[in-house]
Ligand binder design. Structure first.
Ligand code: SF4
Length: 629
């Protein structure tokens, strides 16, 4: 078998409660799609009819690794979760998580798991090298993600070498935004992959593996990986760009650098109504964290350690330890959207949402809408069944999430329906303030001061998600010729930056490494393509071929969308709030709206798509996708 791969997929049919193994596609196909979202989307496209919905039993849920997962490549921990998109029905969903799960699955001998069918009773899957069991999970149904991990490890008799990916009550209730959590501090949520897992009554997948990933040229592979690792943490020379995101976020770095988000007025405060409040929120958070005990939590072979546990020593949650993921969206999410003032309460609220297994972007947007309407006097206390949704009331937010999971109260009756439907049900202006793009939750910052990120979220092919960041915020992309930040609120250059960074990002999503080991790292296009060449033995694989893989991914997403009914109008199905000019802050008075149509047209042109957003026959032919549309 080609190095980097274990050579087989585990296929599980939960309707018949059976499993089997299947060989990976032939080598020529692997070279075109690599792994992760690439192989996952190809399998999904080949095996799913356009009429199938995300939560139908026949809809597959794919838990995929890449050829670098579980190797010495930096942060080789990427678990790519692929399914149909529960929030944006015509799109594919691609969620990403890290921790240890993907590496352990590789070591158990599999490149991925394809789950179809629906079990009659709750079950979990136990993969222990060659041994596979579908086990009863009735006693786990209803448990949160933390407790589910703990109970399964105890049941299987190994606290150390097992990784558990599971859903919580939000996934069981098939809530929009439901996530799949693993290794406590990690999770995948985009497209509501946790709801897809819940629809199959699959509570968890536990893995343990003792094998090793084969490599074509081991010693040279290790050399390249070492150079790549050093590049992540290198201080860029003058004129060579900004520090990489991996460097910025290293050792729980978000708790040091969060003021950047606030000062850039990108903090999603009070449902995007008050950027200046967001600036104060970020400052309070960083100050408070200086007195807390922050313990960075690593993933497999990851020296960045962006995730962390956080022992709160101040405020009403003093003494509580929260387990958090590593990005800024995490401490923003629902807490900032509803205006929580106390930093400890904000972190504890995030921990609560993670434990229930729901993503802060969808949950935060649902709550932000409800709190804004309540504080404007549009929603009454009678309608919320007595809940006081004054800005900052985190206890009510916890109750609302519980209601969404149980189906009771205002949360169960209204918010449980998801962003667009809940807004339509409320009416009275809710549609103008609910944050969404095509029904999905944005990555939770206020992107109105960073138009390339906003455009990237708008055109993202896997429903709204972070896949074409441009270079307005966080870092630059020296490998693409971007060594300086671009001004955030001008239209010029945004479409090109989104097209280029999206192609690079989606290539990186096929590898099996965490994006934080790639984003803004000088030389990473060469390091990663050399690592693939040396792992697999494809000696002439280079950065040009890598970018072609990325371009193939962007087009594959669009092919899936068009086949499943995407129309040009869907491109502009965007919350009006995201198109408004902010009232204050760095982007005050600036709106992307007058320029958006032209920016999208330019993006289409650069991608080789026609004016309706459909890849042309020539583009598909060039990328080996001929005949798919
Ligand atoms: S950078 Fe963060 S998310 Fe990525 S693998 Fe490392 S700890 Fe996990």
């Amino acid at each position: 078998m080609t190095g980097g791969y274990m050579g087989k997929l585990l296929r599980v049919d939960l309707t018949s409660q059976t499993w089997t193994t299947a060989p990976l596609p032939e080598e020529a196909v692997l070279r075109q799609y690599i792994g992760g979202i690439g192989l996952g989307m190809r399998i999904l496209l080949e095996e799913t009819s356009p009429s199938v919905k995300a939560t139908d039993p026949e809809a597959p849920l794919l838990l995929m690794t890449g050829p670098l997962s579980g190797t010495a490549a930096p942060s080789s921990a990427n678990l790519a979760v692929i399914s149909l998109n529960y929030d944006t029905p015509f799109a594919v969903a691609t969620g990403h998580s890290h921790g240890y799960w993907a590496a352990y699955l590789k070591h158990a001998g599999y490149d991925g798991i394809v789950v179809t069918g629906r079990s009659e009773r709750p079950v979990y899957l136990w993969v222990d090298d060659d041994r596979v069991e579908i086990r009863d999970a009735s006693h786990l149904w209803g448990q949160d993600t933390r407790e589910t991990e703990r109970l399964i490890k105890r049941e299987l008799g190994d606290e150390e070498k097992i990784s558990v990916a599971c859903i919580g009550p939000a996934g069981e209730a098939m809530l929009h935004g439901a996530s799949i959590k693993n290794d406590r501090n990690h999770g995948a949520a985009k497209g509501s992959v946790g709801a897809v897992m819940g629809s199959k009554r699959l509570k968890a997948v536990a893995v343990r593996g003792t094998g090793e990933v084969p490599l074509a040229e081991r010693s040279r592979f290790l050399e390249v990986c070492n150079r790549w690792q050093e590049a992540i943490m290198a201080d860029p020379a003058p004129g060579e760009g900004a520090p990489s995101v991996g460097k910025l976020l290293s050792e729980a770095g978000i708790m040091r650098g969060y003021t950047y988000v606030g000062e850039s007025h990108m903090l999603a405060g009070k449902n995007l109504t008050d950027p200046l409040w967001g600036e104060r929120y970020a400052r309070r958070m960083v100050e408070a964290a200086q007195n807390w005990t922050i313990t960075p939590k690593e993933s497999y072979n990851c020296t960045i350690k962006c995730a962390y546990d956080c022992r709160i020593t101040t405020g009403p949650f003093a003494g509580f330890t929260a387990s958090l993921c590593g990005g800024g969206e995490n401490i923003e999410g629902a807490a900032a959207m509803i205006g929580v003032e106390d930093p400890g309460a904000a972190v504890a609220l995030t921990d609560y949402f993670d434990a229930k297994g729901i993503d802060s972007s969808v949950a935060g947007s649902l709550l932000g809408m409800a709190y804004e309407l309540y504080n404007k006097g549009v929603l009454t206390r009678e309608e919320t069944d007595g809940l006081d949704l004054s800005w900052g009331n985190y206890e009510a937010a916890m109750t609302l999430l519980d209601q969404m999971c149980s189906g009771e109260g205002f949360g169960g009756r209204v918010l449980r329906r998801g962003l667009k439907e809940a807004a339509q049900l409320i009416g009275r202006g809710a549609e103008t303030c609910v944050l969404h793009i095509r029904g999905g939750g944005i990555n939770m910052h206020d992107w109105r001061p960073a138009w390339s990120v906003l455009l990237g979220q708008i055109v993202a092919g896997a429903g709204v998600c972070w896949q074409g960041p441009g270079v307005d915020a966080w870092t630059t992309e020296p490998d693409l010729g971007y060594t300086e930040f671009a001004p955030g609120t001008i239209p010029e250059g945004k479409a090109e930056a989104v097209a280029k960074t999206q192609i690079k990002k989606l290539w990186e999503d096929t590898l099996g490494v965490c994006w934080f080991a790639c984003w803004g790292v000088k030389g990473v296009l060469d390091y990663a393509s050399q690592a693939i060449a040396l792992a697999t033995g494809w000696t002439d694989f280079d950065r040009e071929e890598a970018l072609t893989v990325g371009e193939r991914m962007v087009n594959l997403q669009r092919v899936i969308a068009v086949q499943r009914g995407f129309t040009p109008a869907d491109e502009f199905d965007i919350s009006p709030r995201l198109l408004e000019a902010p009232a204050a802050g760095k982007a005050a008075g600036r709106s992307i709206q007058p320029y958006l149509e032209q920016m999208v047209k330019e993006y289409y042109r650069l991608m080789g798509w026609d004016e309706t957003g459909r890849p042309t026959a020539a583009t598909l032919e060039r990328l080996g996708l001929a005949g798919l549309l």
